[in-house]
Design a protein around this ligand. Structure first.
Ligand SMILES: [Zn+2]
Length: 349
């Protein structure tokens, strides 16, 4: 793997075909990665153009109060990984350009970190990224986590209620177990209830971890996540009784005891949400350790659910790997805009 990377990198000389971002995104695949990001200059140029790192030619205004100066690039190979800083011409204030970017304090090469993000959006297993960029498992796992963190922030900021007039929303609760990653034993504290729904017409989804399955808990979640004019289909768990009293226009229950499909209407079923649970459970891989508290475990589940939501809503509809990468790069720079912006933060829905 290492040698094939070197071979690909050596092909990159004079890769001016990839000087525009549009060209990069429309041509990017696992095969072309090495040609596109074959030199440090190409990687940095990409980072400046996408806003992942501030462009050294942009001359931003000084951040020191009352100073009217602008920052200019100065070489600093000794103390900056990136090789330069910006310095205010009037007051001399200096900033490392990677401050508050996704790359702040990074130990990997920028290209390696970008490759992890590329694997993430292409749904390649983390082991592939680790093998190819030749880092240890912890480092690879951490960087996967940093991409997931971006997905979590974005989905929390862009969430809209699902369903609406003339749309059917299937809701259901399920148990999710957090399996220990290394030995596959179940943790006693690792079982949580997850409540979710899917809109039949447009496949939009929501998931939320809930402490119990009482009516109060489920209704609160439904009011937050589902448009009140939706036609709601649930199983016949008693907490769902009287749903229309909570502001929902239409509600039907499936009686699982009398067979999977309701006798009087074949559209009254929760097959779609049950399929969704299967795919969510397949996606979820836990890295929990034995000494982790319940809170950490809970966070891991919430974070995995957010990742699933992000992938379903923003990434999977894009077929080309390059377009998926474009989306994640844009989202990384929205969450980590660097020293001159204000990044999006995790929003509690
Ligand atoms: Zn200044």
């Amino acid at each position: 793997m290492r040698s094939s990377r070197k071979r690909l990198n050596s092909l990159s000389q004079g890769s001016s075909t990839f000087s525009s971002l549009a060209n990069i995104f429309s041509n990017l695949t696992f095969m072309t990665w090495g040609r596109i990001f074959g030199s440090k200059e190409a990687v940095l140029d990409f980072c400046y153009k996408t806003g992942l790192i501030p462009d050294p030619n942009s001359e931003p205004n000084c951040k020191v109060p009352r100073c009217t100066g602008k920052y200019y690039k100065i070489e600093d190979r000794a103390s900056c990984k990136i090789g330069w800083r910006i310095r205010c011409q009037v007051c001399g204030h200096k900033i490392i350009p990677t401050k508050d970017t996704w790359f702040e304090n990074i130990k990997l090469d920028y290209e390696q970190a970008l490759f992890v993000a590329f694997c993430f959006v292409c749904e390649e297993p983390i082991s592939r990224a680790i093998l190819q960029i030749d880092v240890n498992k912890n480092t690879g796992t951490n960087w996967y986590g940093y991409v997931r963190e971006v997905a979590e922030v974005i989905i929390s900021n862009e969430f809209e209620k699902i369903g609406g007039i003339g749309k059917i929303v299937e809701c259901d609760e399920t148990h999710i177990c957090s399996r220990k990653f290394h030995r596959g034993r179940y943790l006693r504290s690792g079982q949580v209830w997850v409540f979710g729904g899917i809109c039949r017409e447009d496949n939009s989804t929501f998931f939320v971890e809930v402490s119990d399955r009482t009516r109060e808990t489920l209704m609160t979640a439904m009011q937050k996540y589902i448009h009140p004019d939706s036609f709601i289909v649930t199983d016949s768990w008693r907490s769902y009784e009287g749903l229309t009293r909570y502001g929902f226009a239409y509600h039907e229950m499936v009686n699982h005891k009398k067979g999977f499909l309701s006798k009087h209407d074949k559209t009254i079923n929760t097959q779609k949400v049950e399929r969704l649970w299967r795919s969510v459970k397949q996606d979820i891989t836990f890295f929990g350790r034995k000494d982790q508290s319940d809170e950490v475990q809970g966070h891991a589940i919430a974070s995995e659910l957010a990742k699933h939501g992000y992938m379903a809503k923003f990434i999977r509809p894009l077929e080309q790997p390059g377009l998926r990468f474009e989306r994640i790069c844009k989202d990384i720079s929205r969450v980590f805009p660097g020293p001159f912006g204000k990044g999006l933060e995790l929003r509690k829905i």
